[in-house]
Design a protein around this ligand. Sequence first.
Ligand code: ZN
Length: 301
Amino acid sequence: MLAVAAIAAGCAPAGTGASGPAHPTPSRQPLKAPPPATTPGPHAGNTPGTHAKKFKSAQSALAARAAAAKRWGLPRIPLTPPPPPATKPRITTREGFEVDGHEKLGLPPVFTTVPTKQRIVFLTIDDGAEKDPVFLRMMDDLQVPYTAFLSDYVIKDDYGYFKRMQRSGVTLNNHTLHHPYLPALSYRRQQYEICGMQEVIEERFGKPALLFRPPFGNYDRDSLRAAKSCGIQYVPLWNEEVFVDHWEYREWDQKIRSGDIVLTHFRGREDWKGTMPDMIRRFLNKVTAEGYAVARLEDYL
Ligand SMILES: [Zn+2]
């Protein structure tokens, strides 16, 4: 059973939100990384051998993660995801999400979760209106992977911001040129929206996207045909959406499961009552407390 409200909520225009500066100076986070948290212990030189070295480097990696968590106001250290799987899971379209002739036409699979037994979730961030430099520093520092779905009309005033994001290892994906409700458009118009965004991504960021997410999660057969026609291989939707002040769930029992794709948006104080780092804290606090690590979606596709 699906919670339709959660589906409709994706990318919906935000509420009135709090008034305030668009780029407030963060009060809790230092802008520069402090000096390394660990120094060699008193016996550092007395334990040769790779085991000791490995133990020490694991220890200092943990200490660095603990320090980063503290810097960003997280009560728990985010869990480290397992290495990418040697054999990728088989991604299929979720039951009830197929279009006519889906398999026969070889259309990209539409899914909300990745089949895995590992205790991991995937973070995906949509649109691109808010361009908070503190958010980029936070995610680099915490080493939390995520996947972006960008719409040209909100990113075109600052492609450089997303170029920096890409340089830190984030994959930039397709979320149309103007964020329309696709099923209302003709095939040609849908193709313009999706394939036009492919051209923007290729021109600005070097290579076209393999992942496409339809605005609001709404699509029809033409959307998937158009996406396929310009190289899209996967259409990931989401099972949960995290906001700055609450979570919403697709499933009736309101629980996170292994392999779930979580949606959020590039939004700031103009759209909701907090900053991107505030939202990330809400996201990480819950997934870490429930024992989930955040993994990179592309590693499973
Ligand atoms: Zn959107």
